[in-house]
Design a protein around this ligand. Structure first.
Ligand SMILES: [Zn+2]
Length: 338
């Protein structure tokens, strides 16, 4: 049975975030690994109610596991964050804190979706030089979505942004107020793929698909239920930044201290990067990871790696009922690689 401790830390700008340190039955002998969740979820997203989830698998394998609740986490008070805030302030402070607490000089990271885009921004800007290996899922420096999702990002984001500062998949189950009810009605009209309001609303929030964030056939019934409590507020500030990134074909930053175009100069990181993508990802196309892999490969050939996982989508890479068999071995082998 895993044991957990919550350790608070301050991001570079003073924002209160926390780390969850999880210990298993064996003493870790492989060093610290930092897990970074995506937008509108929390650190717990890596711990679905499957027999062996990703955290269990890492503990069993001897890793010292740290989960980062960065400012996008729904465990923290909602805030209007951008990827820049996380890249400049949250991830460098989280990395520093783990090293301070463990006495280790380096660590490895597994980063998902917007935890990945923001962490990769930190990495290429030279803000996390202590990270030696990054396993990234779904998207990193070159977000690419379907044509229809791109149009949605161009035209629906400004429109919805005038009505609300946040979108919240919880509204799929329970909507109070005019705008949440209006959007709930729209989702009910357009999404008929399952009976889970949060699942359907998450598809409306994060792209175009039925569903967007996983393949239903990859989730156990219990995990499909569990996601009801794992999704909440995501601010329009993020969607506005992502819309600009999609137009540019790569991430773009606006905060002083980060390169405006992180792909304009060589990466300021020595980390080896394993790019993971579900072939059936309906949120970000797997080609997003191919593009970032090619970019890194150009600067240091035969160093990084790319895995396109057949039969998998976006988050089911971590929460799928057969992930223990299908995806964890790939992720863990990349963490283990020298
Ligand atoms: Zn569903």
């Amino acid at each position: 049975m895993a044991d957990e401790h919550i350790i608070e830390f301050r991001a570079g700008d003073g924002h209160a975030c926390n780390l969850i340190h999880v210990s298993g039955s064996r003493e870790p002998d492989r060093g610290p690994v930092l897990l970074v969740h995506g937008a509108g979820v929390r650190a717990n997203i890596f711990r679905p109610p499957n027999t062996t989830n990703f955290v269990d698998a890492l503990l069993d394998h001897g890793y010292d596991v740290w989960l980062e609740n960065w400012r996008a986490s729904i465990d923290l008070p909602p805030c209007e964050w951008t990827l820049d805030d996380a890249a400049l302030f949250d991830h460098p402070a989280a990395v520093q804190k783990v090293l301070e607490l463990t006495g280790a000089r380096t660590l490895k990271a597994v980063v998902h979706c917007q935890g990945s885009t923001s962490f990769m921004l930190s990495a290429v800007a030279g803000l996390v030089p202590q990270v030696t290996t990054i396993v990234t899922n779904a998207v990193s420096l070159h977000p690419q979505v379907s044509w229809i999702s791109h149009q949605k990002s161009r035209y629906a984001v400004p429109l919805v942004g005038r009505m609300t500062s946040y979108l919240n998949p919880q509204w799929g189950d329970k909507a109070q107020g005019l705008v949440p009810r209006l959007l709930q009605g729209l989702v009910k009209l357009t999404h008929h793929e399952c009976a889970n309001g949060v699942c359907r609303f998450s598809s409306f929030t994060y792209g175009t698909g039925f569903p967007v964030l996983w393949r239903h056939e990859n989730l156990s019934e219990r995990t499909h239920e569990w996601i009801r409590q794992e999704f909440a507020n995501v601010p329009m500030t993020f969607f506005r930044q992502m819309a600009r990134c999609l137009d540019a074909g790569h991430l773009v930053s606006h905060l002083h201290g980060l390169p405006a175009d992180p792909t304009a100069a060589p990466p300021r990181t020595e980390a080896r990067i394993a790019f993971i993508a579900g072939e059936l990802n309906a949120c970000f196309k797997w080609q997003s990871q191919q593009a970032s892999f090619d970019w890194f490969e150009h600067y240091r050939p035969n160093y990084h790696s790319l895995h396109v996982l057949g039969g998998y989508g976006h988050l089911d890479v971590f929460i799928g009922k057969n992930a223990e068999r299908d995806t964890f071995p790939v992720l863990i082998a990349e963490l283990d690689a020298p």
